[in-house]
Design a protein around this ligand. Structure first.
Ligand code: PLP
Length: 397
C-alpha cells in the first residue's frame, strides 16, 4: 500500500465538513471578556461565554494581579516536583472549606480533571455509567480508562437503575458519571434521584459541575446545594474556574483518601506542569467574589426568567432549563448558522452549536446569560431573535 500524504487523507474530510455546514471557526476577540465585545471586528453584545457572574474582567481580579510581585509567572515544574506553590495550596484549602469537603486538588483544566478521575478510579471489569449528553471531556475520560463505558439516555433514571441492577448481578463496581448542569442543554441532572440510586446500589458518583459552581445554588455551591443534598464519601465532585469564577483551571473535591489517591496515581495530575501561581492567587480572589455574589446570582435568576418569558412571547421553543444556559433549538446545522449570522449582523453574538458537539439534527443556538448583562441587552437580543423568527419562517417553533 502506498503511503498517503496528510493532505490526501484530510483534505476530503475537511471538504465534507464544509459541505455539511460543520466547519468550525475561531471567532477572534480583540477586547476584554465582557458583555460588550469586539469579535471578528464587529462590536457585539456577547451571549456566548460562560462568565456567569461577570468576574472575568472584574476590577478586584485585576487588583489581585497587581499584587503578585513576589510570584513568578511560571510554576517551573509539576506539583510533585517543585511546582506546588503556597498559592495553589491555599486555594485548595479554601475550596475544600467552602464546599465542606475534606480535601481539594487543583488541575490545569477541567478536561484533565475528568481524564484523571475516571482513569485512576476505574479498573478493568468496572462499569462507568454515563449520561448520553455528558460533556465531551467526561466521555473521553471514560474511554481512556480500562473500565467499560455504558451510556444511559439523558436523565433516564429507569435506564440507569436497570444498568445498576445488571451490575449488581454481575458483581461490578459502578461509577455513575453526570454533568450537574448539562453544558449544551442547561438542564439539571436529577441529583436527588441519582444519589439515592447510587446509595441503593453502592455505586460511586462523579458529578462534573463546571456550570454549577458559582452560578447555581443559593450560595453558588453548585447543583448539590440546589437540590439541598450533601455529597458522601463515595462522591467525587469536579468544578472549573473557567466559567463562573472568571479565571482558568479546575478542581476535584472529595475525601482525603480520594485526593491522596489522585496525587499518587493520576497521570493527568502527575505528568504536567503546575498552572501559574499567579492564576492560583487571582482565583483565590475570585473565590471570595463568588462567595460574596448573592446579588449577582439573584440578578442572573431575574435575567433567566426575563429571557424565558420574552422568548415564549415570540413563540420560540424553550428548553426545560432553569440555568443560565438557554438553548434555542433549530435542528438543521445550516439554519443554525443562518440565525447566528443574522444575530451577529444585528450586534448579538450567539454561537451555533452543531454536531458532533450535540446529537445529529439538534443544532441549536446556545444563549448564555450573565449577571453582568443589562435588561436592555436582553431585550435587544429578544427583538433580534423575533426578527430572525420572521426572516426564517420555516422554523416552526
Ligand atoms: C468547560 C467544561 C469542562 C472543561 O473544563 P476546562 O477547564 O475548560 O477544560 C468540563 N466539563 C464541562 C461540563 C464543561 O462545561
Amino acid at each position: 500500500m502506498s503511503q498517503e500524504s496528510i493532505e490526501s487523507r484530510f483534505a476530503p474530510i475537511l471538504a465534507e465538513r464544509e459541505n455539511a455546514a460543520l466547519t468550525r471557526r475561531r471567532p477572534l476577540a480583540t477586547s476584554a471578556q465582557t458583555p460588550e465585545m469586539q469579535i471578528n471586528g464587529l462590536q457585539v453584545v456577547n451571549f456566548s461565554s460562560n462568565d456567569y457572574l461577570g468576574l472575568a474582567n472584574h476590577p478586584k481580579l485585576k487588583q489581585a494581579l497587581q499584587s503578585v510581585d513576589s510570584l513568578s509567572y511560571g510554576s517551573g515544574a509539576a506539583h510533585l516536583v517543585t511546582g506546588h506553590h503556597l498559592e495553589h495550596h491555599l486555594l485548595e484549602d479554601e475550596i475544600a472549606d467552602w464546599l465542606g469537603c475534606e480535601r481539594a486538588l487543583l488541575f490545569s483544566t477541567g478536561y484533565m480533571a475528568n481524564l484523571a478521575v475516571q482513569q485512576t478510579l476505574m479498573q478493568k471489569g468496572d462499569w462507568i455509567l454515563a449520561d448520553k449528553l455528558n460533556h465531551a471531556s467526561l466521555i473521553d475520560g471514560a474511554r481512556f480508562s480500562d473500565a467499560d463505558l455504558k451510556r444511559y439516555p439523558h436523565n433516564d433514571m429507569q435506564a440507569l437503575e436497570k444498568r445498576l441492577k445488571q451490575a449488581q448481578a454481575d458483581n461490578r463496581q459502578c461509577l455513575i458519571v453526570t454533568d450537574g448542569v448539562f453544558s449544551m442543554d442547561g438542564d439539571f441532572a436529577p441529583l436527588d434521584e441519582i444519589q439515592a440510586l447510587a446509595k441503593t446500589y453502592q455505586a460511586w458518583l462523579f458529578v462534573d459541575d463546571a456550570h454549577g459552581f458559582g452560578a447555581v445554588g443559593p450560595h453558588g455551591q453548585g447543583t448539590f446545594e440546589h437540590f439541598g443534598l450533601t455529597p458522601d464519601d463515595n462522591t467525587i465532585l469536579m468544578g472549573t474556574f473557567g466559567k463562573a469564577f472568571g479565571t482558568s483551571g479546575a478542581f476535584v473535591v472529595g475525601s482525603e483518601i480520594l485526593i491522596e489517591t489522585l496525587i499518587q496515581l493520576a497521570r493527568p495530575y502527575i505528568y504536567t506542569t503546575a498552572s501559574s501561581p499567579i492564576n492560583a492567587k487571582v482565583t483565590r480572589e475570585a473565590l471570595r467574589l463568588v462567595q460574596d455574589a448573592d446579588d449577582a446570582r439573584h440578578q442572573l435568576q431575574r435575567h433567566i426568567q426575563h429571557f424565558r418569558d420574552g422568548a415564549a412571547q415570540i413563540g420560540l421553543t424553550l428548553w426545560p432549563s432553569e440555568s443560565a444556559i438557554q438553548p434555542i433549538m433549530i435542528g438543521d446545522s445550516q439554519r443554525a448558522l443562518d440565525w447566528s449570522d443574522a444575530l451577529k449582523q444585528q450586534g448579538y453574538w450567539v454561537g451555533a452549536i452543531r454536531p458532533p458537539t450535540v446529537p445529529k439534527n439538534t443544532a441549536r443556538l446556545r444563549v448564555t446569560l450573565s449577571a453582568s448583562h443589562t435588561s436592555e441587552q436582553i431585550d435587544g437580543l429578544l427583538a433580534a431573535l423575533a426578527q430572525c423568527a420572521d426572516a426564517f419562517p420555516s422554523q416552526n417553533s
